[in-house]
Design a protein around this ligand. Structure first.
Ligand SMILES: C[S@@+](CC[C@H](N)C(=O)[O-])C[C@H]1O[C@@H](n2cnc3c(N)ncnc32)[C@H](O)[C@@H]1O
Length: 227
């Protein structure tokens, strides 16, 4: 097994353990009182969705954003949720059935290998893409699939830029230390995501949230693309 395979296996095991209580615990994450829901609302609004839109959510987990997306696209729209972890998708499936959404397709796959559909009006990823080692390629593949004027929005956590070292270490101590967290800090994947968005999309914005502990990256494909 390669190092990448064992990292992926560890990640799947971690989310299998978290899946059952994920929706409850994520409201208290990364610390109780963190404005996670407000950030999600902001990210979905940044997609600028319309009725009938085709949306892809990368690393959708239990589908915490599905309700807001469904409200915007309605039954004539389509939503594809992609995630690596079976147990997270099982929770998403329960949510889909409970709401009777007939326009959602769930795909268990590594985001890096996901073949984006030919037409995607909007692509979203929240609190997940910085965990994907090939996050830059995922941005590029998604951008290539966007319809004219389509939107790519990423919301995720990051380390604050100007925080003193001791504050970052305190944050890590609060959130919990693990080898993967150390790797995450060393990789600085939010920088990869920002650069990939700027490379792939003509119009991009980058907003730091909550004292630089999170970011909202949003980009639009050219309105002139014809497929
Ligand atoms: C913190 S959860 C976030 C879930 C959801 N996006 C949300 O906002 O609640 C991270 C999710 O990313 C998924 N994930 C991590 N690496 C992935 C990859 N390479 N491809 C697809 N999904 C991945 C995990 O299985 C997990 O469901």
């Amino acid at each position: 097994m390669t190092k990448a395979d064992s990292t992926r296996e560890r990640l799947i095991e971690t989310y299998r353990r978290k899946a059952r209580h994920y929706d409850l615990v994520s409201r208290l994450s990364p610390v109780p009182g963190y404005p996670e829901h407000a950030q999600r609302v902001r990210a979905v609004r940044a997609l600028n969705l319309h009725a009938g839109d085709a949306v892809v959510e990368i690393a959708c987990g239990t589908g915490a954003n599905f309700g807001m997306i469904e409200d915007a696209i309605g039954p004539s729209g389509h939503l594809v949720g992609v995630d690596l972890t079976d147990a997270m998708l099982e929770r998403a499936q329960v949510r889909v059935e409970a709401h009777g959404w007939g326009n959602v397709r769930l795909v268990q796959m590594d985001a890096a290998a996901f073949p984006f559909p030919e037409r995607a009006d909007a692509i979203l990823s929240t609190y997940a893409l910085t965990q994907v080692p090939d996050c830059g390629s995922v941005i590029a593949h998604g951008a290539a699939a966007l319809s004219a004027g389509g939107r790519w929005v990423v919301l995720d956590l990051k380390l604050p830029e100007h925080a003193p070292g001791w504050l970052s270490h305190l944050g890590v101590a609060v959130v919990g230390t693990s080898a993967s967290l150390d790797q995450w800090m060393a990789r600085r994947p939010w920088e990869t995501i920002r650069a990939a968005m700027q490379d792939a999309l003509p119009e991009c914005s980058w907003t730091e949230l909550c004292f630089g502990t999170a970011f909202l990256a949003a980009g639009s494909s050219s309105a002139l693309i014809r497929r």
